[in-house]
Ligand binder design. Structure first.
Ligand code: SF4
Length: 218
């Protein structure tokens, strides 16, 4: 019998998907512990270290209890843990739609190609833009999504120019722009996008609108 692999899990919860083309759908979130970045706007600092060890089978059992076929593997940074790819494949093999939020610094091919990657490119305002692995842009599949968290106009210009340089004839994947809370008002970001007629999708952080006073489990 193969040994059962384990992960460090910060929290597992059921909520609405908030920041992708799947926004608004009920989803079970598996938040894994650990991230090698320290973004200026990070709202999950509690996931840097806190967590409990769980076997992959235990994670699947806990998620199954919600009877929801959409699961998101998030963090922290999921790919920082060695056995995350196996967790993703196990969910896919029993019929789940699996989203993975990743910070874009680790080769996304580690995760099963059937998994939908929602990948960040870090802008200068994060303080971590030097760590982007821009080769990951070439590894995105047609179901994947690319996300930029924008803190100010410099970040907006960074994202716009990077996209124009990389894909002058049009983007091969949906591109999401999200205003960093609370430093940039979404309406300001909307005005910049409209002024440039940029074919990106403005994201608002749904959980911050629905549950403004709750930091965790949302
Ligand atoms: S990559 Fe995500 S979890 Fe890691 S520091 Fe940045 S915002 Fe926080």
């Amino acid at each position: 019998m193969k040994p059962e692999h384990h992960l460090t899990v910060n929290e597992i919860f059921y909520s609405l998907q908030g920041e992708s083309l799947y926004a608004g759908l009920p989803c079970v979130f598996v938040r894994l512990t650990g991230c090698s970045l320290r973004c200026s706007y990070c709202d999950t600092t509690y996931a840097y270290k806190d967590g409990r060890t769980m076997s992959i089978s235990d994670v699947l059992d806990q998620v199954r209890a919600w009877n929801c076929r959409l699961v998101e593997i998030t963090g922290g940074e999921p790919l920082d843990q060695q056995h995350t790819p196996e967790l993703i494949t196990r969910f896919l093999d029993v019929g789940y739609t699996v989203l993975m939020e990743t910070n874009g610094t680790i080769d996304i091919r580690l995760a099963d190609s059937r998994c939908i990657k929602i990948m960040d490119v870090k802008c200068p305002g994060s303080g971590e833009s030097e760590k982007n692995d821009l080769e990951n842009l070439n590894r995105l599949g047609p179901k994947d999504e690319l996300k930029f968290v924008i803190t100010d106009h410099r970040d907006y210009e960074f994202a716009k120019n990077l996209l124009a340089d990389k894909w002058p004839l049009g983007f091969p994947v949906p591109v999401l722009f999200s205003a960093a809370w609370p430093s940039l008002a979404p309406a300001k970001l909307a005005a910049w996008i409209l002024a440039d007629n940029l074919p990106v999708r403005l994201q608002v952080q749904l959980h911050k609108i629905l549950w403004p006073s709750e930091d965790r489990g949302r």
